[in-house]
Design a binder for this molecule. Structure first.
Ligand code: AMP
Length: 183
């Protein structure tokens, strides 16, 4: 199903657990482990994304560490295409390129293998993560895909914390699709 009904969206939303004050006071953490261990919810989500992207001519899915790996790898296997991890600095073993992004205090950095898309000229890539908050991580990841010689066709998030305006940071970098909206 390319489009979810309100009932299906509600079902997915209710399968995600809210954990107050994690990892620090004032943060309402959206815990997707309860979606993953609900077979009906996980299957509905992956089938929805397969239907949405099966005719998009994608060559790869790039997932952001770490929960983006779970959704991205499951979807890549369904679509019969490759999966590329985007990881925190220092985790990938071969030659990488990196992109820094601002946090509330200081900076963080994500990296990709420089040869991740080498086998496909101007590879068509879907970027995926579980959640977009301020958008800093996803914007850095979208830039990395471009720097590695590929095109980011769309960035997909299971949850958008819309009140933080993170999708605005992706304007001009990539179109964006969010399965569930919060706020
Ligand atoms: P940001 O760069 O601010 O958009 O943060 C996005 C990343 O932080 C994603 O990889 C999310 O998994 C994680 N994240 C941020 N806020 C939350 C939250 N309230 N609940 C769960 N994960 C979060």
């Amino acid at each position: 199903m390319k489009t979810l009904t309100d009932e299906q969206r509600n079902f997915l939303m209710e399968s995600i657990r809210d954990v107050p004050d994690f990892p620090k006071t004032g943060i309402l953490f959206k815990d997707i482990t309860t979606l993953l261990n609900n077979a009906d919810a996980f299957t509905l989500l992956i089938e929805h994304l397969r239907a949405r992207y099966e005719s998009s001519g994608l060559d790869y899915i790039a997932g952001i560490e770490s929960r983006g790996f779970i959704f991205g790898a499951a979807l890549a296997a369904k679509l019969g295409i490759g999966f590329v991890p985007i990881r925190k600095k220092g985790k990938l073993p071969s030659a990488t390129i990196g992109e820094k992004y601002a946090l509330e205090y200081g900076f963080d950095e994500v990296e990709i293998h420089i040869d991740a898309f080498e086998k496909t000229k101007e590879a068509r890539v879907l970027l995926i993560d579980d959640l977009i908050a301020t958008g800093g991580t996803a914007a850095a990841a979208a830039k990395l895909i471009k720097d590695a010689g590929a095109q980011c066709i769309e960035a997909c998030f299971i949850i958008n914390l819309a009140f933080l305006g993170g999708t605005d940071k992706l304007a001009g970098l990539t179109p964006c699709y969010c399965v569930l909206e919060v706020g």
